[in-house]
Design a protein around this ligand. Structure first.
Ligand code: 5GP
Length: 189
């Protein structure tokens, strides 16, 4: 069996905005009910169809900062003008009860987790090319031109950091990426 070589049950998935992390992770969760995805808090406004408590906890800036000051986040970071954070308490509860926990977060957050949870396994989901990533971000059609520019700039920085990760999965084909994650998480033999 191929496993991620760690007995930790905390896995971080990072990759530039638009690479398809959400889609890949959703498919993985549908196949493996025992994997739990942390729901982050954000100050970003909900996109069409996003559900409070399912996609994110949508917080005002004051509430977010208050929680951050109370050490309520395992990690948090600014991304394209908004704040995003992983609520600490549920993670600890799930890990204590032996559940596989997945964090889908950006680069700065992944770096913070690397410091506080060095035993966590960190995966980078990469696009086949930068041009393809830009196409995916633009096709999503949910962000303003300003937000798109900010995401593309950040994407370049994130791609440059991929060597920091324990494993890199290139998201060219959805099923193949899901399978690669299953192998890395030790969910298939
Ligand atoms: P989006 O606005 O597209 O939902 O997310 C923007 C970026 O924030 C994505 O790269 C996503 O993975 C990241 N993100 C989501 N939740 C968190 C979190 O709790 N912490 C950090 N550091 N990044 C997050």
């Amino acid at each position: 069996m191929v496993s991620n070589g760690s007995d930790s049950r905390l896995t971080v998935i990072t990759g530039p905005s638009g690479v398809g992390k959400g889609t890949v992770v959703k498919q993985l969760l549908q196949k493996h009910k025992k994997v739990w995805l942390s729901v982050s808090a954000t100050t970003r406004l909900p996109r069409k169809g996003e559900i409070e408590g399912e996609d994110y906890f949508f917080l005002g800036k004051d509430s977010f900062n208050e929680l951050a000051n109370k050490e309520g986040f395992l990690e948090w970071a600014e991304f394209a003008g908004n704040s995003y954070g992983t609520p600490r308490k549920p993670i600890q509860q799930k890990l204590d009860s032996g559940v596989n926990v997945l964090l889908e977060i950006e680069l700065e957050g992944a770096r913070q987790v690397r410091r506080s949870f060095p035993q966590a396994f960190q995966i980078f989901l990469a696009p086949p090319s930068f041009q393809e990533l830009e196409r995916r971000i633009r096709n999503r059609g949910t962000d303003s031109e300003k937000a798109i520019e900010a995401r593309l700039k950040r994407a370049k920085e994130e791609l440059e950091a991929q060597a920091e990760f324990d494993a890199i999965v290139i998201n060219e084909d959805l099923n193949k990426s899901v399978f690669d994650l299953e192998v890395l998480l030790g969910l298939v033999s």
